[in-house]
Design a protein around this ligand. Sequence first.
Ligand code: MV4
Length: 440
Amino acid sequence: MIRSLLIANRGEIAVRIIRACKELGIRTIAVYSEADRKALHVKMADQAICIGPPPSKDSYLNISNIVSAALHSRADAIHPGVGFLSEKAEFARKVQEAGLIWVGPDPEAIDMLGDKIRSKENATKYGVPCTPGIEGAITNIDQTVEKVKKIGLPVIIKASAGGGGKGMRIVRKIEELADNIKIAANEAEKSFGDGTVFIEKYLENAAHVELQMMGDKHGNVIYLGERDCSVQKNHQKLVEEAPSPLVTPEIRKKMGEDAVRLFKGIGYSGAGTIEFLFKDGQYYFMEVNSRIQVEHPVTEMITGVDLIKEMIRVANGDELSVKQEDIRVDSYAMEIRINATAPGTVKDYLPPSGFKVRVDSFLYNGYTVPPTYDSMVAKVIIGAPTRAEGINKMLAVLDEFHLEGVPINLELQKKIINTQIFRKGGFGTQVLDSIMKEIG
Ligand code: MV4
């Protein structure tokens, strides 16, 4: 039984997890770095433990300090949140070896998906359509050049250990392939300590569509509809919406059933996201994120399922509280990420509220946003019957968002969703270039 839980994270996701625990009657233990002494998650938790100096590598990425804090505080379980250690099989393993409950998939399942080459092999094994390319890692450059000549350009070189665009190169000319493979491999080695790279056919301006998955420890797996995250800048998502304007009920069902086969096949429990590229009515497997994601509230808004509570329940050994037939995608939801463009001290903070309006944040008046971590300071989520109504609602809601002292990207976000291009929908990940042209 989980009666106490340590949250190995900070910011709005730590606050979100603490709220879920309070509803479930679970005692909460926060951890924080020296830069986060005054953070909201520290104030909200029943207990808080400092785990090191400001740099993440010394605090929020310090596995032994976090496990020690959990044992010291007599926590039963650890929720890793997003980012930081949330997808590290090594962390999951150390948590379990310490006799604690890991709120997430077993380390074996994380291992099957963490490495992109391995995850594509698994996707193929369970019949999920993958982005076409060259199978396996690049071992011989000359052979690879010959293979690329056969599959055709453009191609994209990716790091198997990668994420967030690091170690990724798009190649449009065959004479530039060999050098780019070396550059990508070096970048991957430097960033991830693993220089393994592979090649896919580059799908120009495809949409980024991802499906929310949830499994329990009894072999049940469901899909909770997709999110479209095509509005991105430097691999940072800015706007997320559900459902995707490109996905029909028929495609959703097929994509969902494909994903369920994969997740059941590898014995996945907890929350996970399967990412697809979507182009010309076809979806192509890209990767799996074996954790909850920042944009999970969009799915919560349309399905009514509390994903964080569900994660804790299934970690506890309970069966999923919802069945596939309970999941309906018959409304619309959108999330806007509010990012600080510089650090500062919060003044006159008045977030919006109202019917189907949600703000997930860690801001409060007098709080100083530290320069050390992610720039995202709030997420604004709305629900509406249709996409058109949702866009108008979000514009009205963002007009209500008031904050002094910390500069944010609010005005730009309003302009983005008010463009004709955004309103039309059905775009790919290069849409921001066109949007910026329309904005001028
Ligand atoms: C792709 C792609 C097109 N074709 N793979 C971006 C992050 C990582 N998850 C994989 N990504 C992509 N993979 C194939 N085969 C397009 C992206 C992509 C992207 C690529 C370059 C610059 C910006 C991008 C934004 C979103 C997605």
